[in-house]
Design a protein around this ligand. Structure first.
Ligand code: CP
Ligand code: NVA
Length: 333
């Protein structure tokens, strides 16, 4: 039993603790190998899982669905407009209804308080598929991906996040790295640093785990020797479009370019991104950024995104194997 709450829920990145997190990574690696070898055993036959999304998704939704199907479970998707949640029906009432029909609930949404309310009332495991504050299942995929590139002690891994240090992904990387004893650096303009209370929490975790935690405006110091360079979108889901006007000037010095990659000083540095990414003008957002600000790509340039150093699609695939590990751990038989 690794999901640390007795309910097997996963609401924030520290719920698992170090041992539980690593145990899930090992389970995910085994499930990945089993699937690739065509010898997967179905541990979720007869299980029903609800997928509740207040925000859009490609990877998280698909990973939960395919993981469930691979293991013999059924899923029901409730999208941003497809249910009464939060409009005609309270979160608590919806939780009781879903908890009586389903064996587990995935939730993606805005406020962290919503998923906590859901978990308090559902009576079945609830898994966080992203909130404004946390993205725990992303962390499992990311650390698995890092470990695939640098097998051995997690403590030997250094990574640097560049960009919006308050995003759910940046916060999650900070706390996960601190919990796991890694060398974690966040480089961001001061106005976009993670909240002070979170940095204090990360430093407390680091005291126990031996992690090194750096939050700085100085990209040179943050990148020096980093094995992984990670970024996320400059404006997250749910934030106002007008934010682009503030963020572009603030964050352009933090965009991941070939020069930033070279600044690690090591030839084996890899590029990571949770995706979706703004890296060219093939999307509506990418075209808007180009028209408004004259930038092709935002948080990462297209050459870095498409380079041999980029492991973003391996990360995306690992969402499947790690989410499957979460489901099997909680509901497997
Ligand atoms: N990385 C991630 O959560 O992607 P989706 O928004 O597509 O689920
Ligand atoms: N910070 C991004 C992550 C997307 C996976 C967002 O919340 O939109």
């Amino acid at each position: 039993m690794t999901l640390s709450t007795s309910s097997h829920s996963l609401l924030t990145v520290t719920d698992l603790g170090r041992a539980g997190f690593v145990e899930l990574l090992d389970r995910a690696a085994a499930l990945k190998a089993d699937k690739k070898a065509g010898r997967e055993r179905r541990a979720l036959v007869g299980r029903n899982i609800a997928l509740v999304f207040e925000k859009d998704s490609t990877r998280t939704r698909c990973a939960f669905e395919v993981a469930a199907y691979d293991q013999g479970a059924h899923v029901t998707y409730l999208g941003p407009l497809g249910s009464h949640l939060g409009r005609e029906e309270s979160v608590a009432d919806t939780a009781r209804v879903l908890g009586a029909m389903f064996d587990g609930i995935e939730f993606r949404g805005f406020a962290q308080g919503t998923i906590e309310e859901l978990a308090r009332n559902a009576g079945v495991p609830v898994w966080n598929g992203l909130t404004d504050e946390w993205h725990p299942t992303q962390m499992l995929a990311d650390i698995l991906t890092m470990r695939e590139h640098q097998p051995g002690d997690l403590e030997a891994i250094s990574f640097c996040f560049l960009g919006d240090g308050r995003s759910n992904v940046a916060r999650s990387l900070l706390m996960t790295g601190a919990m796991l004893g890694m060398d974690v650096r966040i480089a961001a303009p001061r106005a976009l640093w993670p909240p002070d209370t979170l940095v204090a929490d990360a430093r407390r975790e680091a005291l126990a785990s031996g992690a090194r935690v750096m939050v700085t405006e100085d990209t040179g110091e943050a990148l020096d020797g980093a094995l992984f360079v990670y970024t996320d979108v400059w404006v997250s889901m749910g934030e106002a479009d007008a934010e682009w006007e503030h963020r572009v000037p603030l964050l352009t010095p933090y965009r991941v370019t070939a020069a930033m990659m070279a600044a690690t000083g090591r030839p084996d540095t890899r590029f990571m991104h949770c995706l979706p990414a703004v890296h060219d003008t093939t999307t509506a957002v990418g075209r808007k950024v180009a028209e408004r600000f004259g930038l092709v790509g935002a948080e990462v340039t297209d050459d870095v995104f498409g380079s041999a150093a980029s492991i973003v699609f391996q990360q995306a695939e690992n969402r499947l194997h790690t989410i499957k590990a979460v489901l099997v751990e909680a509901l497997g038989r």
